[in-house]
Design a protein around this ligand. Structure first.
Ligand SMILES: Cc1cc2nc3c(=O)[nH]c(=O)nc-3n(C[C@H](O)[C@H](O)[C@H](O)COP(=O)(O)O)c2cc1C
Ligand SMILES: CCCCC(=O)C(=O)O
Length: 411
């Protein structure tokens, strides 16, 4: 790949390109630093990566930049999903089957994106969903994400297999994060993670139930054949390797555990977990009305409609299509969240109209992280927030509460 060493005139050209960008606050030094890292050569960046950077208009524009920055296997781990990746693609495409019914002549001069979740104020309904192994995408990993979440007052959900501890993530965000929970097949480990997260100040435990041990990710397997570098972070295939450097598991005796998300997990397990979680207990990965009703009956405080970004099973059922039946079954007893394929402010709007209280993003903020570290994550949040504000105004909904099912139609 051709590399590019910016001279004075070239720097001016880059600055001009950046001045034209709608996202404020990605300084030139950040751009050069991120791109230089990609090529492991100080201040040298590829033309291709630079071109990609100069074209950022929406969150999807970060993806090619992340690809240019990351080792192929790390990018494959981030980008791909189960079998043929069709669920990954459909998660986003499905949003185009919902259309917005805009109302006119409503004063939208003050668009207020704030909302309340569990009685707590959120400045915006968009949150950063759990992503494991983030140091595989940027040396600052979850710390950069937590700082960005703090700067933008966005909620962050920390993965059990994060490369940063919950204590450090909370210190970096400045306020508590939610702790996502992988269980392992050893109850004492589950209990220890819950205790530690609650002691650190986490107000919610989010149990992931859709990622059973043994996913089939062929794209990643192919990438690993080509990119044979050793990886101690993200795509190690065996339990011992994958869990080795994960701070939330450090100091725990893993010798009796063989699985991260055991095949025998059942509602009995959920009931037992309910007994030890003193804060909110949220269940992530529900896609049917039946399971939503069971979750509420078993004491869940919140439900995340999710298919794990299409990473675990090729169901071909986009999560946005699962949201209405879950919302109907829950009957407002607990908040319902949704993630999967959210790439536009209009996607967020449609999810809210269909009854979501909060809307999670996964890959988009990691693209931003891979390209620019903390600033990239902030830029992704800014872009989505700006787009959401725009569509709220267009649709005649000046507040989040004003967005109702009448504002969306499935066609
Ligand atoms: C690289 C990667 C790692 C992930 N790790 C976790 C995890 O540790 N725990 C979890 O519950 N979900 C995990 N997820 C799923 C996300 O929380 C979320 O459900 C999904 O990414 C949303 O779809 P999107 O990427 O299309 O926005 C991960 C997703 C990605 C892309
Ligand atoms: C065993 C996988 C843990 C991280 C994860 O949830 C993901 O990569 O999607």
């Amino acid at each position: 790949m051709k590399t590019f060493r910016p001279e004075r005139t070239q720097r001016r050209r880059i600055l001009r390109a950046f001045a034209a960008l709608p996202i404020a606050g990605l300084p030139l030094t950040t751009l050069l630093g991120a791109l230089a890292r990609a090529h492991a050569e100080p201040a040298a960046v590829s033309d291709a990566a630079l071109t990609a950077a100069a074209q950022i208009l929406n969150v999807m524009d970060f993806e090619p930049l992340a690809k240019a920055t990351l080792p192929p296997a790390h990018f494959a781990y981030l980008a791909t999903g189960a079998d043929d990746d069709q669920t990954v693609r459909l998660n986003h495409e499905a949003f185009s089957h919902y259309q917005i019914r805009s109302r006119r002549l409503i004063d939208v001069s003050h668009a207020d994106l704030s909302t309340q979740v569990f009685g707590q104020p959120w400045t915006c309904p968009i949150y950063l969903s759990a992503v494991g192994s983030m140091r595989a995408f940027h040396p600052d990993g979850e710390l950069a994400v937590a700082r960005a979440a703090g700067a933008k007052s966005a909620l962050m959900m920390l993965s059990t297999v994060a490369t940063t501890s919950i204590e450090d993530a909370i210190a970096a965000r400045g306020t508590p994060v939610w702790q996502q929970l992988y269980t392992t097949d050893d109850w004492s480990i589950t209990q220890a993670i819950v205790r530690r997260a609650e002691r650190a100040g986490s107000s919610a435990i989010v149990l992931t139930v859709d990622n059973l041990t043994g996913r089939n990710n062929e794209t990643l397997e192919r990438a690993k054949r080509v990119d044979t570098r050793d990886c101690a972070q993200c795509h190690v295939s065996d339990f011992a390797g994958y869990t080795r450097r994960k701070p939330m598991l450090a100091g725990l005796d893993l010798s009796h555990a063989t699985e991260l998300s055991p095949l025998n997990m059942s509602w009995d397990f959920f009931a037992r977990l309910r007994g030890v979680v003193s804060g909110k207990l949220i269940i992530k990965g529900i896609v049917t009305a039946e399971d939503a009703a069971l979750a509420v009956r078993h004491g869940a405080d919140g439900i995340v409609v999710s298919n794990h970004g299409g990473r675990d099973e090729e169901t071909l059922r986009p999560s946005i299509d699962c949201l209405p039946e879950v919302v109907a079954a829950v009957k407002r007893r607990v908040p319902v969240f949704v993630d999967g394929g959210i790439r536009r402010g209009t996607d967020v709007f449609k999810a809210l109209a269909l009854g979501a209280t909060g809307v999670g993003i996964g890959r988009p903020y990691v693209w931003g992280l891979a390209a620019f570290g903390q600033s990239g994550v902030e830029a992704v949040i800014d872009l989505l927030t700006r787009e959401l504000r725009q569509i709220m105004r267009q649709a005649g909904t000046p507040t989040i509460a004003a967005i109702t099912p009448e504002h969306v139609i499935h066609g």
